[in-house]
Design a protein around this ligand. Sequence first.
Ligand code: 3H9
Length: 677
Amino acid sequence: MSEETPVSVTLQKDGDVAVVIVNNPPVNALSWHVRQGLKDNFEAALADDGVKAIVLRCDGGTFIAGADISEFGKPPRGPDFNAVLNMIEAATKPVVAAIHGTALGGGLETALVCHYRVAVPSAKLGVPEVKLGLLPGAGGTQRLPRVVGVEAAATMTSLGDPLPAAKAKDLGLVDALAGEDSLAADAIAFARAKIADGPRPTRERPVFGDAAVIEQLKAANAKRWRGFEAPYANLACVEAATRLPFDEGLAFERQEFMKLMMGSQSAAQRHLFFAERQAAKIDGLPKDIRLRDVKKVGIIGAGTMGGGIMMNFLQKGVPCTIVEMQQDALDRGLGVIRKNYDASAAKGRFKPEQVDQMMGLITPSLDLEALADCDLIIEAVYEDMGVKKEIFGKLDKIAKPGAILASNTSYLNIDEIAASTSRPGDVVGMHFFSPANVMKLLEVVRGEKTADDVLATAMAWGKKIGKVSVVAGVCHGFIGNRMLAPRQIEAQKLLLEGATPQQVDKVHTDFGMPMGPFQMSDLAGVDIGWHRDPNRIESIRDALCSEGRWGQKKQAGFYDYDEKRAPTPSARVEEIIDEFRKKAGIEKREITDQEIIERTLYPMVNEGALILEEGKAQRASDIDVVWVFGYGWPVYRGGPMFWAGIEGTDKIAAALEKHGFTVAPLLAEKAAAKAGF
Ligand code: 3H9
């Protein structure tokens, strides 16, 4: 070992059993020095005649959670992982993995070259590489079918979900369960008992099970895997295991792994892995900041948003008071929540008594005064600055000192709302996305005067209720909706010039978005933000609204809909577009799919650059997180700012200029350097 090699693996002896211990916080990832340490210490244990069996275990909160993702794409360092694993598998003394926490990816692959595995009941075992656009590239796809069979191996690798230890034991992945507090001792005893049996190399075991499951998995997940390469590569490797000798299967796995590793999809998914974790970090705030206590939550507005927001807190056992203006609106809101929970219970997500418990946490009221004992109050009424200011003015008098006053506004100025109180430091934006109990994104809007602990508490509660929270600055539409605006404007212009709603939408869905701009309008309601004067027709949208074409809810919008909400292109919409085109004196022309990308997606990157320049997002990767978790930007494209780097910022800037946009200075700078964000 060279002098600067960190000591992350050590060797202890318990009589005739050697114990190799990994200690590489926070998750015992297989960094280069861990691989080196494994090699050195296994070699030492194997060379020691007094050692008859070897245990591999980890210090800290978990077994090895995988390869060190931060090393990917960097020049290789330390011993080759596969070579280390092959050496362990070939050990002439029985090797036992002792698993607690999570044995994931390369961690499980390490456990798979051990001859036996014991685990505590709370442990989880899996190969989540597919979620990083990869496959288990250290023999996982070849060894798993030999241990758990083809069905389980195909499912585990292509879906990537970890198994609880008990299930792993049923499948034969775990040989014995250990005591939750006695893993180290139990593993040593288990190893000692296996001395007589000797090693059991996984590679020598036969593959078993039926490969038919592979096609079944493809059929069942066709929609979920649309556009993704990795699930199919995982299945191809498991399939290869059923017909190739072990070493050839390993070579095939290597080749498929390298293809994925060098491709842009995995780069995008790895970027998002770190981006999601980075988003939780707030620049300039001490890590140990004291959070405000939140024991009771108040919600103002029992509409779709208010109800959805409250469900998040109820599911965490937090008592909530919900306030509406009218009894019928309050009853309707509570009815919807009950219906949603009953539907989830019918699907087995909750037990009926859990639903009763959650509903029992609600205090409904028609009086804002009922919020006096709440620690966090979230206003979710309609978007009207006057109404919001009035509510916050009243809250200022009602809420207890130190209560956090949050607005769920999706566009409005938080500073202006905060100014209607005498405590602007307590005011913050908490912008949930609809349906608020389902969508993962939460934009936490930091006002000019928002106190640090208020911001940190809002972010922490976002995490607690299962959201991915991103800090946004005050600007119209914050991060997500602000970037949506230029896309929607340009999509309308494209209609006038000759594109159809279905062509524009198809370009977006082919790109990987769940829906295009017009499908989105129809779903959200074409009438949202409409001036409501049927005689004032200044845009295609005004014309649609004046005819009652408000979207899916009216079975007519940019598309016609049947009772099952299935869309078909609308002849009436085509007429409306034609009329507008004539009025505007625009000549209809052929619009290419490429032009649609350049004029609807590139302007989003431009807006993202402006957001960064203005400091309204902390970092480019936060913008990516917003778009992936809030709007369904395809995960394998990493978010708009990451994608800009793949697409080429120079290409984007040049196209924007060609189409008459003003290129944001930051984008121009990146383009000149041919750099990503
Ligand atoms: C692989 O193994 C390929 C192989 O087949 C080999 C082929 C040759 N590397 O999530 P947390 C960091 S691919 C580097 O907040 P939790 C993470 O960034 C890998 N860093 O904690 C964070 O850093 P920071 C397959 C990693 O308790 C800190 O650890 N394995 C890695 O909520 C804490 O993470 C996976 O995909 C890593 N592998 O959850 C598992 N993992 O504090 C990925 C974590 O600076 N990891 N970090 O922000 C996980 O799923 C979760 O981290 C885990 C813990 C469940 C382990």
